[in-house]
Design a binder for this molecule. Structure first.
Ligand SMILES: [Zn+2]
Length: 100
């Protein structure tokens, strides 16, 4: 094994101050639609979210909640407008952690 761990190549220190702006969430709460979706797996387009229920390619993806809602209703008969219970929400969260 020829491991050339070259630790001497430090990037020139450009004194960059990381300005981390905490984006406050205001306005409308995130749509329930997104509870049925997960973010891109391959980070091709992080803005897009992918349907949790599509099992075959192409997996539906959209960055538009109403488009995704139409897809969920039309394709999977999921009525997003119905408020989901906390139990379901927790289950979805677990699913997300498992699959996303
Ligand atoms: Zn789908």
């Amino acid at each position: 094994m020829d491991s050339k761990a070259n630790l001497s190549t430090f990037a020139p220190s450009t004194s960059q101050t990381l300005s981390q702006k905490v984006s406050k969430q205001r306005g409308a709460p995130p749509s329930k639609v997104w509870l049925h979706c997960c973010i891109a797996h391959n980070s091709e387009n992080p803005a897009y979210k992918y349907c949790n229920y599509c099992t075959e390619d192409p997996i539906y993806s959209s960055d538009n909640s109403s488009n995704m809602q139409k897809h969920l209703q039309g394709r999977h008969q999921i009525n997003v407008e119905v408020a989901i219970s906390r139990v379901q929400e927790a289950a979805l969260q677990q699913l997300k952690e498992l699959y996303c």
